[in-house]
Design a protein around this ligand. Structure first.
Ligand code: HEM
Length: 174
C-alpha cells in the first residue's frame, strides 16, 4: 500500500501513446487482411514498422514500470476483482510481447526480410512453410485475444470511472 494517487507522468504518456499505436495496428492489420486493394502493400509495410516500434515501446514501458511507484488499487476492491485486474495487466504485457514476436517470426519463416529504418534485422529462424502457417495463425488468434482483453479493460475502466467513482480511472487520466 502507498499514498500515490496518480500514475507517474511517464507511465501515463506511455499508456496513451501505446493505446493509440496498438489500436491502429489492430485496425490496419484487420483492414489489410480483408482487402485486395493496391494500398494493402503500403499498409503492410507501415504495420511491420509500427509493430516493431510497439515492441521497443513495450520494453521502455516495462523499464519505466519497474522503476516507478504506481497507485495501489482501492482497498475496498473485492479480492477476486483485485486478482482479475492484476491478471489482466500482466496478460496485456504478455500479449503485447507475443504479437510483434509472432509477426517477426512469421516474416522470417516466409523468407521476407524484416526492415527497421532501412536496416535488415536478423533472421531468427529459417524459411519454412509450416512454421509460416503456424506463426500466421498464432498472430491472428492472439490479435483476437488482445481485442477481447481491450474490451474487458475499457469496460472495467468505465465501471470504475462512472459507477464506482473510486479514482482508478482518474489515476491514468490528465
Ligand atoms: C503489437 C504489435 C502488432 C499487432 C497488434 C498486430 C496485429 C495484427 C492483426 C490484427 C493482423 C490481422 C490478423 C488476421 O486477422 O489475419 C495482423 C496481420 C499481420 N501482421 Fe501484425 N501486428 C503486430 C505486429 C506485427 C509485426 C512486428 C509484424 C512483422 C514484422 C507483423 C506482420 C504482420 C503480417 C505480415 C500480417 C498479415 C498476415 C496475413 O497475411 O494473414 N505484425 N497483425
Amino acid at each position: 500500500m502507498n499514498n500515490v494517487q496518480m500514475y507517474p507522468l511517464a507511465m501515463r504518456v506511455m499508456h496513451w501513446l501505446m493505446a493509440a499505436l496498438i489500436l491502429s495496428l489492430l485496425f490496419v492489420g484487420l483492414s489489410m487482411v480483408t482487402s485486395l486493394g493496391a494500398w494493402q502493400y503500403t499498409l503492410l509495410n507501415w504495420h511491420k514498422t509500427a509493430g516493431l516500434i510497439a515492441a521497443l515501446a513495450l520494453i521502455v514501458r516495462l523499464g519505466i514500470r519497474l522503476m516507478s511507484t504506481k497507485p495501489a488499487l482501492p482497498s475496498s476492491m473485492p479480492k477476486l476483482q483485485y486478482y482479475a485486474a492484476k491478471l489482466t495487466h500482466w496478460a496485456f504485457y504478455l500479449l503485447l510481447g507475443c504479437m510483434p514476436l509472432t509477426g517477426y517470426l512469421m516474416q522470417n519463416a516466409a523468407g521476407r526480410p524484416v526492415m527497421l529504418f532501412g536496416q535488415a534485422l536478423p533472421q531468427l529462424i529459417s524459411t519454412d512453410l509450416a512454421w509460416y502457417g503456424l506463426f500466421r495463425e498464432l498472430h491472428a488468434w492472439l490479435s483476437v485475444l488482445l481485442m477481447a482483453l481491450i474490451i474487458l479493460h475499457i469496460t472495467a475502466a468505465l465501471y470504475h470511472g462512472l459507477i464506482k467513482r473510486d479514482g482508478v480511472l482518474k489515476s491514468m487520466l490528465k
